[in-house]
Ligand binder design. Sequence first.
Ligand SMILES: [Fe+2]
Ligand SMILES: [Fe+2]
Length: 190
Amino acid sequence: MLSLESSTDPRWVDVALGNLDAVLHDHLHCELKAASNATSLVARYAMHPRLVEGLSELAREELVHVQQVFAEMGRRGVGARPPGEDGYARALRRALDDKRGDPLLDRLTVAAVIEARSCERFQLLATHAPTEALRGWYHELFVSEARHHRLFASLAEELYGEAQAQARLRALAAREAEIIAKAEIVARIH
Ligand SMILES: [Fe+2]
Ligand SMILES: [Fe+2]
């Protein structure tokens, strides 16, 4: 369902739960980047009504997630700082930088894969987080990011046809599995 070619290393759960404050800080910036990427797509591709409709709603939801993460950080006394390097997203964009793709198709594909990996990891946190409140919250995020993944994948299919969209998604999912396998296991969403 999620188009991923690999599962998260089980050791990630221990690392993440060992420093949930760091995971939350990274998560805050993931949500901010998701909102900002969606609004930037709406601005650049305003000629596609389904995209405008879907991604403006998605941006709104990501901003609600920003507020939720920020509130949880506040409860835990975790301060926010500017974002660090986003090596994961950069590696994904570079993986598609082969001149074969269309810029919008590639942006939708990268976003679909990022949503899929976030979703997979929220599901792990929904199972293993230390309190019922956190498990419930991560479950809601899991449901929401799964829907976002489907939205990006379906926009790509509508605009480029199923065959082309799915081929691009499969190609990136394969590269993403390599990127994740090579990356250090750290207390971040990805
Ligand atoms: Fe989100
Ligand atoms: Fe999302």
